[in-house]
Design a protein around this ligand. Sequence first.
Ligand SMILES: [Zn+2]
Length: 226
Amino acid sequence: MKKAGSNPCSPAEELVVYGRRLLSDRLTTGTGGNLSRARREDNRVFLTPSGIAYEQLSAAAISVIDLDGRHLAGEKPSSEWQLHREIYRARPEVNAVVHTHSPFATTFAVLNRPIPACHYLVGVCGGNQVRVAPFATFGSMELARLTVTALGSENCILLANHGLIAVGETLARAYSTALYIEEAAELYWRALAVGEPVILSSEEMEKSRKQLGIYTGKPDINRPPT
Ligand SMILES: [Zn+2]
């Protein structure tokens, strides 16, 4: 359904818009990362295709698969299509998945080190820290399974030695989570370079999540983070 304002009207068009934002927000370079949208009414998953630069991406090139993994339309799906599909299977309230190799979040993924509550915005992940899912080969079913298990009911997780996954009820929500966690990762990295970051208590994080309209696994889509 088309919303008022500048929202694009189809999942494929939305993916094209947010794919370009990945580049302008410096969450990826080249063809790195991938985005998807689920259309629950007919069990379709719209996914950025493999190997096409975001600047050249068109709605017609967006890959369409079903939840059984059948390729229905568009170009060949991203190599991480199983990762996206398994998240949609496990989390019926999730309609969008953002996967990036954004540099600061991925720095902590490389360290296999969670991003703690160094800033209240870490609360967008749905917990008190962004945890790390174990490593498995990119594009593998093992990576999909390990990530779904580690993600649980939260909104964001680091993939060890790889990158980050953010999920949400809308693409806007999943994308803003990926962006805020990248910002928090950069702040944490800078703070570690100078001294010992102060980490917020779980009580303070609980209050922050309420202010942000986020309860674990159940983001309030009517009140996006500000
Ligand atoms: Zn990746």
